[in-house]
Write a protein of this length. Structure first.
Length: 319
């Protein structure tokens, strides 16, 4: 049973409150959703996200800066070691839950009784209600992906893509003004990346409303954490938009499809396999999206374009 810490009646100094308010968070949920009735019990393990170090620059000057803290998290399912994830650790319990969902090792969150994370030993203990059938067979074929840090997709998850059905074009669309509003929100975020760099960010939107944002050392960890959040709170993906700072590889497209999200926006580019998979599944991919600029790679039919009028070039006449 975790210790209960009582709040102090003494109000912290104003400057301390201001400093805390300025600190970026790697896991942001603006609303207050309620877990589904059969959601597993999760601990709330906390770890240091940033470390301050001294560096020497090209002029010979010493400067202090922050770097993200990467740490290993070994996942045990019913006392059986399965995988080690390298993570920033902003919400490790949801990361593990989402990883299990995206790997198709569990059918839903109701299969899991609890997830306990202990950073002292770097482990996540997953307890299921009735075990995982054919776990050996499901994890026998492992595909190492292009994910930053350490990316793995088990072959059984990839084989189940044929069963994915995304919403039709009429019911899942995006307006250009919505895309612009989404990009502006992500640009203004007080993020770990802005303070320290070296991380990827992902976010889930309902229209232009941000529901959850996650940063981690790998983009696959960030999307898995969002998948875990969606599962725990019963959030469906059919009418949502997924944003990532990372490139759209087959892994990212596949995981978004498994979450039921048909529209993806990336600040980065798209690989050929990611592009082909999105076409196969009928998804819309936006890449190179920053400020008011973007490229729509696939799924033009879901996009309601509202192009800005092109500016007339100014002709300069020499006097």
């Amino acid at each position: 049973m975790p210790a209960v810490v009582e709040s102090s009646p003494t109000r912290p100094p104003t400057d301390a409150l201001d400093t805390a308010a300025q600190q970026p968070s790697a896991f942001v949920v603006p609303g207050c959703p309620q877990p589904v009735a059969d959601a597993p019990h999760l601990t709330a393990a906390q770890g240091t996200l940033l470390r301050e170090i001294t560096v020497l620059d090209e002029t010979g000057a010493r400067r202090n800066l922050h770097i993200p803290v990467e740490r290993p998290l070994t996942v045990f399912i019913d006392k059986r070691e399965l995988v080690t994830l390298m993570t920033l650790g902003a919400s490790p319990e949801l990361l593990v839950l989402g990883w299990l969902l995206n790997q198709r090792l569990i059918a839903g969150v109701a299969d899991v009784a609890s997830i306990t994370v202990d950073w002292d030993v770097g482990a996540a203990a997953v307890k299921t209600h009735a075990g995982i059938a054919d776990l050996e067979a499901k994890t026998a074929h492992r595909v190492v992906t292009t994910g930053c840090g350490q990316g793995t997709v088990f072959g059984d998850a990839m084989a189940q893509l044929d069963g994915i059905r995304l919403p039709d074009v009429a019911s899942a669309r995006i307006h250009q003004r919505t895309l612009s509003a989404l990009l502006e929100q992500m640009r203004q975020r007080n993020s770990i990346h802005r303070k320290a760099g070296s991380v990827h960010g992902c976010a889930l939107f309902a229209g232009s409303e941000m529901l959850v944002a996650v940063e981690d050392v790998g983009r696959h960890n960030a999307i898995d954490t969002i998948a875990g959040w969606m599962g725990r709170y019963g959030v469906l993906g059919a009418d949502k938009l997924f944003y990532t700072t990372g490139r759209l590889t087959s892994e990212m497209v596949m995981k978004s499809a498994q979450m039921g999200v048909p529209i993806i926006v990336s600040r980065n580019g798209v690989t050929a396999m990611g592009h082909g998979l999105a076409q196969q599944l009928g998804m819309t991919l936006f890449g190179r999206a920053a400020n008011r600029h973007f490229l729509c790679y696939t799924g033009f039919e879901r996009f309601d374009a509202e192009p800005e009028p092109q500016r007339t070039p100014v002709r300069v006449v020499a006097g």
